[in-house]
Design a protein around this ligand. Structure first.
Ligand SMILES: Nc1nc2c(ncn2[C@@H]2O[C@H](COP(=O)(O)OP(=O)(O)OP(=O)(O)O)[C@@H](O)[C@H]2O)c(=O)[nH]1
Ligand SMILES: [Mg+2]
Length: 273
C-alpha cells in the first residue's frame, strides 16, 4: 500500500508535493547502492516504487559482475553503472553527486539486499521536515525495546561500542550508527557529494555531520537480515572493520575543518598577482 506521510499530505494541498503555489514540487530520490545483488534488487526497486511512490529510484551498480543493473532497470529504476567496484562509500557518494546535480531536496539511502523496508521511509520524511529541523535522519533498529534485531552478538557488540563513542562525542543519543537506512537534506547532500568516507562509511559520516554543524536524529525502524548475496562485513573483515572505523573516528576528531555559518565571509579567497 502506498504510504503518505503528514509531510507529503501537507505539501500535496497545493498540488502534488507543492510547497505553495509559486514553488516547485519537493523532489525526492532514493539511492540504492548495489553490488552483485541480482537476487534481491528487482524486489527492492519494485517495493520502493509501490511503497514510496513519491521517490525517484536510482540504483548505483557498483561494478557488479552479475545482472544487477539489468534487473534494476527492468524493475523501473534509473541506473548509474560504475565502471569498477568502488565499495559502498564510493557508490553512495555517486548517489549524492547525482542528487546534487539533479537538484533533489531529499535523498534516501536504501540497501539493495532487501534489509530495509521502503514503507518506513514515510517515518524518516516526517521527521526530517518536522521541528526542530534536521539534516540527516537514520533508521535505528535499537530504539524500541519491543523489537530485537536478529544479529549475531559480535555484530551487535560492535554496533553498541560505536554507538557509545558517538553518543559521547555528539552529546546526543546515537543508537544505530551502522544503519544504512538514512534520509538526507540538501545541506547533507551537498556535504557528502564533496566528501564522503569510502570504506565502511556509516559511522564516520555521523561524525562528519556533527563536525560540520549539521543536525542528526534517529527514528525507530525494523530491519530484515540479509537473505541473499554477500555481506561486506564477512567474519574475517569484522576485525578490519572495527580497527578501521575506530581509527577513522580518532582521525576524524583530530581533523581540522573549515566550518562556515551562514553570513560568515568565505573561508577561501583568491588574489591576483
Ligand atoms: N558487499 C558490498 N556491498 C556493496 C558494495 N558496494 C555497494 N554495496 C551495497 O551496499 C549496501 C550495503 O552493503 P551490505 O554488505 O549489505 O552492508 P550491511 O547491510 O552493513 O551488512 P549486512 O547486514 O551483512 O547486509 C548493499 O546494498 C550492497 O549491495 C561493495 O563493494 N561490496
Ligand atoms: Mg545489508
Amino acid at each position: 500500500m502506498a504510504t503518505q506521510s503528514r509531510f507529503q499530505r501537507n505539501y500535496s494541498r497545493a498540488g502534488p508535493f507543492a510547497r505553495d503555489m509559486k514553488e516547485r514540487p519537493v523532489r525526492l530520490l532514493a539511492v540504492v547502492p548495489a553490488y552483485n545483488e541480482v537476487a534481491a534488487i528487482g524486489r527492492v526497486v519494485s517495493s520502493l516504487r509501490e511503497q514510496a511512490p513519491s521517490f525517484d529510484v536510482l540504483v548505483v551498480d557498483d561494478g557488479s559482475t552479475d545482472d544487477t543493473a539489468a534487473h534494476a532497470t527492468a524493475a523501473g529504476a534509473s541506473v548509474v553503472k560504475l565502471p569498477f567496484n568502488l565499495g559502498i562509500g564510493g557508490a553512495v557518494q555517486a548517489g549524492f553527486v547525482y542528487a546534487r546535480e539533479h537538484d533533489y531536496d531529499y535523498m534516501a539511502q536504501v540497501d539493495g539486499d532487501g534489509q530495509h523496508d521502503p514503507g518506513e521511509l514515510a517515518k524518516l520524511l516526517e521527521r526530517i521536515s518536522g521541528e526542530p529541523a534536521v539534516d540527516m535522519v537514520c533508521g535505528s533498529r535499537f530504539i524500541t525495546e519491543d523489537y530485537v534485531y536478529p544479529a549475531p552478538i559480535s555484530r551487535r557488540t560492535g554496533i553498541h561500542l560505536f554507538a557509545f563513542a558517538l553518543t559521547r562525542i555528539l552529546g546526543q543519543r546515537i543508537s544505530d550508527p551502522t544503519s544504512g537506512f538514512r534520509l538526507y537534506s540538501r545541506r547533507a547532500i551537498a556535504l557528502f557529494a564533496r566528501d564522503y568516507p569510502h570504506d565502511y562509511p556509516e559511522v564516520e559520516a555521523i561524525l562528519m555531520v556533527h563536525a560540520h554543524r549539521l543536525r542528526i536524529t534517529e527514528v525507530p525502524v525494523r530491519m530484515h537480515v540479509r537473505e541473499t548475496g554477500r555481506s561486506s562485513i564477512t567474519k574475517p573483515r569484522s576485525f578490519y572493520y572495527m580497527v578501521k572505523v575506530s581509527l577513522a573516528l580518532l582521525a576524524g576528531l583530530m581533523r581540522r575543518r573549515v566550518v562556515v555559518d551562514s553570513g560568515e565571509p568565505a573561508p577561501v579567497s583568491s588574489q591576483h598577482g
